[in-house]
Design a binder for this molecule. Structure first.
Ligand code: SF4
Length: 292
């Protein structure tokens, strides 16, 4: 495959389209991520915790007692997680600001709704990006239509959230993102350029690979495993990173500004620095910038 590092022009000017409400607001959440999910003791979590129970480090006011020491205390997984704004939406809108502590009978539905809404919000996040990246009016309309369907469910009742067919929505969103990815990535192959190996493919096993200073523009890396890969100073413009596993991937100096479908949790799990170039709607995680 031949690629060029010259990115196509950006089709529309507002990359933040509708995404403000898809950012976490922990101050308005009943610590649902610290309660709804279960942990297995591992490199990411220092303890076992069953789903539906509060973490031992959770305070009465839903804050974390070790918030500023999560990594050294063995809770790296907590610094990676991002709820895409589902926490505050469930806590404040779906359950009217009444916590699972005040009303223990709400726990099952509240925790289940949180897990569903997080998936819906993540789909909305990707569709917003797809909508501003495509040049094709029909594709933009399809992304907008899907957003409206999902927003209607996400903004509906607890029952609407709990009974929606998440798998079907995932399938529809995947197909829409796939089409827009193909269209956008094609723009990177128009002018010839560096040859990209055939093993840069969806789902590829690229664990620990030395990809330093490589041009990976327009590569289809969705679902690929890039754990601990060396991507320092690489150019990932137009590379599709939907679901790509970037845990411990080295991103110092990498250019991800025009990568497709990159999320904050992926960045949180990787190793970068202030020299990593990011899309303007994402930010460098605090642990990238902390003193070693
Ligand atoms: S360690 Fe803190 S942030 Fe992590 S689950 Fe427990 S209370 Fe939540």
């Amino acid at each position: 495959m031949n690629i060029t590092s010259t990115p196509p022009a950006t089709p529309t000017p507002n990359p933040h389209l509708g995404r403000d409400s898809l950012r976490p607001d922990c101050s308005n959440c009943f610590a649902l991520c610290c309660t709804a999910f279960g942990f297995t003791r591992s490199a990411d979590f220092a303890i076992d915790k069953p789903a539906g129970t509060p973490c031992q480090n959770l305070d009465k006011d839903f804050s974390c007692t070790i918030h500023d020491r999560l990594r050294p205390r063995g809770f790296r997984g907590c610094t990676v997680f991002d709820c895409f704004g589902a926490g505050q939406a469930v806590s404040q809108r779906l359950f009217d600001g009444i916590s699972w502590r005040e009303n223990p009978g709400s726990q099952h539905d509240m925790f289940t709704a949180f897990k569903v809404l997080r998936q819906l919000h993540e789909m909305l996040w990707h569709l917003a990006e797809a909508q501003v990246k495509t040049y094709d009016a029909d594709s933009a309309r399809q992304a907008q239509d899907l957003r409206e369907v999902i927003e209607s469910i996400a903004g509906g009742s607890v029952r609407a959230v709990l009974t929606c067919d998440v798998e079907q929505l995932h399938g529809q969103v995947r197909a829409a993102l796939r089409g827009i990815s193909d269209e956008v990535r094609a723009g990177y192959f128009a002018g010839g350029g560096e040859h990209l190996d055939a093993d840069f493919a969806p789902g590829a096993d690229l664990i620990g690979r030395n990809l330093r200073a490589r041009s990976l523009c327009g590569a289809d890396l969705r679902g690929a495993c890039l754990i601990a890969a060396d991507l320092r100073f690489s150019d990932l413009a137009g590379a599709d990173l939907l679901g790509t596993d970037l845990r411990d991937a080295r991103l110092d100096g990498a250019d991800l500004a025009a990568a497709l479908f990159l999320t904050q949790p992926q960045l949180n799990s990787a190793r970068g620095s202030s020299a990593t170039t990011l899309p303007e709607w994402l930010s460098a995680p605090p642990h990238w910038l902390a003193a070693p």
